[in-house]
Unconditional design. Structure first.
Length: 94
């Protein structure tokens, strides 16, 4: 199994910093390691404008999304947000 490197885009880092502290901790401790270890199984493939990216879902009321893409052995996280705003933000960044 290949080893992956995980990177956060500038926008994803900005998104991360505005999330609640508890959510930040959960992302750093639980969710990003899962994505890094099993990137294809962790997230669902997206379609349309976000083709080639994947969406990792977690949380309940509110739900959160981590949007990322895989290129060779590098996973780049492009967006982190609540479900309600994740896809709106993604469309604006295109």
């Amino acid at each position: 199994m290949p080893e992956y490197t995980l990177e956060l885009s500038t926008a994803a880092l900005r998104d991360f910093k505005i999330l609640p502290l508890k959510v930040q901790r959960d992302i750093a401790i639980h969710h990003l390691p899962v994505i890094k270890e099993h990137p294809y199984q962790a997230g669902r493939p997206l379609v349309g404008a976000l083709y080639r990216e994947r969406s990792y879902h977690f949380g309940r009321k509110p739900e959160y999304r981590i949007i990322y893409f895989i290129e060779e052995n590098v996973i780049t996280v492009t967006l982190m947000a609540s479900r309600e705003s994740a896809y709106k933000k993604a469309k604006r960044r295109r």
